[in-house]
Ligand binder design. Structure first.
Ligand code: HEM
Length: 410
């Protein structure tokens, strides 16, 4: 029987998380489903793994550029700015631009970060260790990716709160708690202004090794990043490298709390960490969907789509597709293979995937070393968003550890 669902209503995600039952029904009965939208023409909800792979690997038919990558439709002025951002480009412009910004994401650049990230994780966990309890999200899961990305970008530590507030405002447009006095457009302009200020500082100082310095100086095939491209890439990273990893860490911890035998297994055998990280990624899927707009009449999953139609590729649904995963509703830290779609697939495959994997592994390795008996003690509060599978608060306790060097997160 068809369950009652509304994939668009952000409040439902806040109340009970992603609609896994609805996703199962859709995969089995209506894998490309015409979904209504309160203030728009509606969209096709795509829930099967293979269909999402098909759309993502045919970017000229399923365009990121025409209407951007969120379900909402934007006016032409906003679209012009959005289309200059890597995530909203199509080939061939996308391939050229991606090559340019990839200079900052080489495996060497990422591996070089490891010792530093480990120290960062120890400092952040150390700052709460003596307390015997904390809010896992605000004290730990927010701080680690935030400090990592600000460090990576070269944002001074004491200015990171700005990035936190702006990126919350930008991404959690449905959650009044994260909007405050501001709105997404103002936040975007504030980030652009800040990016330019930072670039000016780097130019004045010269020779930095942070990403901003690399980006403002690198040339690929004689091309350099233009000022607007730089601002937009800075904005993309401030958000992409921040919210996603935060919610993976919180959601991954929650999955381990809810599956104590898996938590015990992982703690007993830390060599399982790499497969556990990928299972957390599959299980949590911090980005529920990305949108594409159909550029020419085509067919998908037996449905005829028209040029101009929009689709939402629900990674959250694909990651539990029985055609690809055995027992997908079981959280299994040893799962292998685990070809989840959490980082997308094709041209736009997440540029920060190696950095995110490294961050998650280091964070949990240090956490279980420093606070081995960490346990959930209170209710979990979820983000009001149909886009990001987020957790805002999760109280935990642990045996207090004295004399651990830590840097206060304040
Ligand atoms: C668990 C953490 C993360 C998740 C779940 C995630 C998810 C994704 C997904 C699904 C896409 C594909 C977008 C599409 O196909 O339209 C993507 C793209 C991207 N991600 Fe991530 N991401 C994560 C972490 C990061 C980090 C740490 C960074 C940067 C430091 C980053 C930077 C980017 C960028 C720049 C793109 C655009 C790539 C392109 O359009 O070519 N992400 N991410």
């Amino acid at each position: 029987m068809k369950p009652e669902f509304d994939l668009y209503d952000a409040k439902r995600y806040e109340q009970s998380g992603p609609p896994y039952e609805a996703f199962r029904w859709l995969r089995e009965n209506a894998p490309v489903y015409r979904h209504p939208e309160p203030k728009g023409p509606g969209f096709w909800a795509v829930t099967r793994y293979q269909d999402i792979v098909h759309c993502s690997t045919h970017p000229m038919i399923f365009s990121s550029w025409i209407g951007g990558t969120n379900i909402e439709d934007y006016g032409e002025d906003d679209l012009v700015a959005m289309r200059a951002m890597l995530a909203n480009m199509d080939p061939p412009a996308h391939s050229r631009y991606r090559k340019l910004v990839s200079t900052g994401f080489t495996p060497r650049m990422i591996t070089r970060l490891e010792p530093h990230l480990r120290q960062l994780a120890r400092d952040i966990i150390g700052a709460v260790a003596a307390r015997g309890g904390c809010d896992f999200v605000t004290d730990l899961a927010v701080e680690f990716p935030l400090q990592t990305i600000t460090e990576f970008l070269g944002v001074p530590l004491d200015e990171r709160k700005k990035i936190f507030d702006w990126s919350n405002t930008l991404i959690a447009w449905d959650d009044p708690e994260y909007q405050g006095e501001s709105d997404p457009r103002t936040a975007a302009m504030q980030i652009w202004g800040y990016a330019n200020e930072l670039a000016e500082r780097r130019r004045a100082e010269g020779n930095g090794t942070d990403l901003v310095s690399v980006l403002i100086n690198s040339k690929v095939d004689g091309e350099m990043l233009g000022p607007q491209q730089f601002e937009l890439f800075f904005l993309l990273l401030s958000v992409a490298g921040n919210e996603t990893t935060r919610n993976l860490i919180s959601g991954g911890m929650l999955a381990l709390f809810e599956n104590p035998e898996q938590l015990a297994r992982l703690k007993a055998d830390p060599s399982l960490m790499p497969t556990a990280v990928d299972e957390m990624l599959r299980w949590v899927t911090p980005v529920n969907y990305f949108r594409r707009t159909v550029s020419e009449d085509t067919e998908l999953g037996g449905q005829k789509l028209k040029a101009g139609d929009k689709i939402a590729m629900y990674y959250t649904a694909a990651n539990r597709d029985t055609a690809v995963f055995t027992n997908p509703d079981q959280f299994d830290v040893t799962r292998n293979p685990n070809e989840h779609l959490t980082f997308g697939v094709g041209e736009h495959f997440c540029l920060g995937a190696s950095l995110a994997r490294l961050e998650i592994r280091i964070f949990f390795e240090e956490l279980f070393q420093m606070l081995p008996d960490i346990a959930l003690v209170g209710p979990v509060r979820r983000l009001r968003s149909n886009f990001i599978n987020g957790i805002k608060s999760m109280p935990v306790k642990f045996t207090p550890v004295k004399n651990v060097a830590g840097r206060d997160a304040a």
